[in-house]
Design a protein around this ligand. Structure first.
Ligand code: ZN
Length: 233
């Protein structure tokens, strides 16, 4: 049995009837005053794809629909079924999903991209690896998970000597400065440090390719102006 949904007593107090559109999208219609809530139709027809547009993430008014869209997409990807959005008199945009997402966003200092990465991380680590079943969005509010995520992020940003060089950097060298490979074997940051020392002391034969590589490292903030590796990125 479904619990009855009522139009707010201050407005009219009538009971909402759940109707479905041709596409099987629910809509609430008050039986007493005919007031309707059609957030779900707006969602599926317009807002559910906003997250695919990178500039929407930078727009403050679109951040919430971007987060919900990203969550729903991850859910669909991992469970091969749509996330069951709740149906309440508050509608979708002020409903329970948005309340929880807003709390999570707040716990990441309103950083939308970090919150998006956290949602991705939850699905990767908890759903894919640990086989947890997400039955509600509130699963993501677990303080311990947020802490684990923050810790993993910090660790990923810290460079140690045996940290492998990013694949993108290796690919860049292979394409733009292949002559570097004849002189050095660059695999981890220790190798890079050795190269930079040699470069600094003029032990590397001058070449535009190598100079380009050093400039690129500075530009990407892998190294500071003194050619020292930046440990915390
Ligand atoms: Zn009503």
């Amino acid at each position: 049995m479904k619990k009855a949904i009522y139009h707010a007593p201050a407005s009219c107090g009538g009971e909402y009837l759940v109707e479905f559109t041709e596409d099987n999208i629910p809509c609430l219609v008050c039986m007493k005053c005919n007031h309707s809530v059609n957030d779900w139709e707006k969602w599926y027809k317009t807002y559910s794809t906003y997250h695919q547009n990178p500039s929407a993430w930078e727009s403050k008014k679109d951040v919430m629909v971007c987060l919900l869209g990203h969550f729903c997409e991850e859910y669909q990807k991992h469970y091969s079924m749509p996330y069951p959005l709740s149906l309440t008199e508050k509608g979708l945009f002020s409903g329970p999903e948005m309340v929880i997402l807003r709390k999570i966003l707040k716990s990441f200092d309103n950083d939308a991209i970090k919150t998006r990465d956290y949602i991705t991380w939850i699905f990767q680590t908890k759903v894919e690896v640990r086989k947890k079943k997400i039955t509600s969005l509130s699963f993501m509010m677990v303080a311990d998970f947020i802490q684990q995520f923050n810790f993993a992020q910090k660790k990923a940003r810290t460079i140690t000597r045996d940290t492998q060089l990013p694949e993108r950097m290796i690919a860049w060298i292979n394409t733009n400065a292949p002559s570097l490979n004849d002189l050095f074997t660059l695999r981890d940051f220790n190798d890079l440090e050795m190269f930079l020392k040699a470069f600094k002391f003029g032990q590397v034969p001058p070449s535009t390719q190598i100079q380009d590589f050093v400039d690129k490292l500075k530009l990407a903030k892998y190294i500071d102006p003194n050619l020292e590796i930046v440990k915390e990125r």
